[in-house]
Design a protein around this ligand. Structure first.
Ligand SMILES: Nc1ncnc2c1ncn2[C@@H]1O[C@H](COP(=O)(O)OP(=O)(O)OP(=O)(O)O)[C@@H](O)[C@H]1O
Ligand SMILES: [Mg+2]
Length: 482
């Protein structure tokens, strides 16, 4: 059985739900048929034979008593008994033999064997007191041997045996008739079951086909309407999930388009400035050398800006790749931070901002040094850039047994509450006009966030305008691969 099941599972068509439903319905329809056939028809035959045997046995016992009453074993000419015997053999299309204690046949309703001796195991057993025996000869007749007992007040003695064979033809005929009818009904049931299975397996699955069709239509771009197949809760759920997925994809697509247009815009701005500067130099004759120098300085600044945008974009692309690009090593975080702050020292000094580093403990963690340094120096650079003259920036390192945290707080201008949710977006800057003097592309925090997420860490910000900003980064000490 399990072998058949395994073979079925290997068959490609069996993976189709339609085929499975078809099989289930067919089996569900045919099993009752088989049970009915073998259960009822089989029992009918047994039952009919038992009823017939009991009936005949009762009659034979009555006649056996009459044999004693009329002393038939000594004189077989008794009309009453002979009439009863003839009636019995006519009724059941059978033959009755009366055998005396010497195993001699004293009456045969066929009249062939009278006077002959019969040696027959059942008869001898019956004679010895084995009681009545019934034998089924093939399916065509039943033989019933009943002892003829002479009863006195306190004893009984077996004086002969009555052997009756009864034809089963009538039972067989009705059995054959019923079997024929059953066969016809079974064929009919099978046709109905197969038809029903074929129809239902298609009908039940039609909503799933409909949903596939609708998905295909969306896929091939015929429509971008939401799909809705409400026949089943399941199809409705598939539709909802698909619609949500499409929604997310549309959002992604929009953000991609926005990103591309932002990138082009940001890349074009320095180019446009350079063009204006170069054109104005070219359009004038005898330009003084100082003006040349001034314009060329401006052009160099724009080239630097263009360069920074491209470098930042490349970093961002690197940060959005998979964790396979992570170059994880166990590093001394204290040293990384010290080195980073040392590098940023001159920038802070130029802005007249004090850099403070506080470490609560020595931390060693599995990180990608380059990415982590980039992420954290963006935060410190921002804290310096968006600070006040004479302000401070504090970097605090702490750790528990699972995570280490780096907190970058400043005494700067702060971020307006409504801007906080946007600061990680690419090219987002709070105050475009003011930010222009400060310089920047709005990619820094996007890079920081991606780098921290690649470390399976988190970043949080709290800020108050005019007071300052606190960025809190939390990263697992042991790198979690995926
Ligand atoms: N510490 C801070 N204090 C006040 N505003 C901040 C601070 N950090 C970030 N911001 C605001 O968030 C915006 C986004 O910061 P982000 O670092 O992404 O870009 P940026 O600094 O403008 O440019 P860059 O790509 O050069 O870093 C900034 O323009 C600034 O307005
Ligand atoms: Mg920045």
């Amino acid at each position: 059985m399990s072998e058949i099941w395994n073979k079925m599972k290997k068959w490609k068509g069996f993976r189709s739900l339609k085929v499975r439903i078809f099989f289930i319905i067919v089996l569900g329809g045919l099993i009752p048929c088989v049970i009915l056939h073998f259960g009822i028809l089989g029992r009918y035959m047994d039952n009919a034979l038992t009823v017939r045997t009991n009936e005949v046995q009762t009659q034979v016992r009555i006649i056996a008593d009459h044999l004693i009453t009329y002393n038939y074993l000594l004189d077989n000419k008794n009309d009453v008994v002979n009439a009863e015997l003839a009636q019995l053999s006519n009724l059941y299309d059978g033959r009755v033999l009366i055998i005396d204690s010497n195993l001699r046949i004293i009456k045969d309703t066929y009249g062939i064997s009278e006077g002959k001796t019969i040696i027959y195991e059942e008869i001898i057993n019956c004679m010895k007191g084995g009681g009545a025996t019934n034998l089924l000869r093939g399916n065509s007749y039943i033989e019933i041997a009943v002892p003829i007992e002479e009863k006195t007040k306190d004893s009984s003695r077996i004086v002969g045996v009555m052997l009756t064979s009864v034809s089963c033809d009538s039972i067989n005929t009705s059995y054959a008739y019923i079997e024929n009818r059953a066969f016809l009904i079974e064929i009919l049931a099978m046709v109905v079951v197969f038809g029903l299975a074929f129809f239902l397996s298609r009908h039940i699955l039609s909503p799933f086909e409909k949903i596939t069709e609708e998905i295909n239509e969306v896929k091939s771009g015929f429509t971008d309407e939401d799909i809705k197949v409400t026949e089943y809760i399941e199809t409705e759920r598939i539709g909802d999930a698909f619609n949500q997925m499409m929604g997310r994809m549309r959002v992604l697509d929009e953000s991609r388009q926005e990103f591309v247009s932002n990138v082009s815009h940001e890349l074009k701005t320095p180019l446009a400035s350079m063009k204006v500067l170069a054109d104005s130099l070219l359009s004038q004759e005898d330009v003084p050398a100082e003006l040349y120098r001034e314009f060329m300085t401006d052009i160099t600044t724009e080239i630097d800006r263009e360069n920074k945008i491209i470098t930042d974009l490349l970093s961002l692309v690197k940060m959005t790749r998979t964790s396979a690009d992570m170059n994880v090593e166990t590093m001394d975080i204290n040293s990384i931070l010290e080195l980073m702050l040392k590098r940023l020292g001159p920038i802070a000094a130029r802005a007249n901002v004090k850099l403070i580093f506080e470490s609560r403990r020595q931390v060693n963690a599995e990180v990608d040094e380059v990415k982590l340094t980039l992420a954290l120096s963006n935060l410190v650079e921002n804290a310096i850039k968006y600070n006040i003259d004479g302000g401070w920036v504090k970097v605090l390192l702490d750790a528990d047994h699972q995570y280490f945290s780096v907190e970058v707080s400043d005494s700067g201008i702060g971020i307006p509450q409504e801007a906080i949710e946007h600061i990680y977006e690419r090219f987002y800057r709070v105050d475009k006009s003011h930010s222009k003097e400060i310089g920047g592309t709005g990619l820094g925090l996007a890079i920081t966030r991606s780098a921290i997420l690649m470390h399976r860490g988190s970043i949080n910000v709290t800020s108050e305008e005019g007071v300052g900003t606190i960025f809190k980064v939390k990263i697992p000490i042991t790198y979690i691969a995926s």
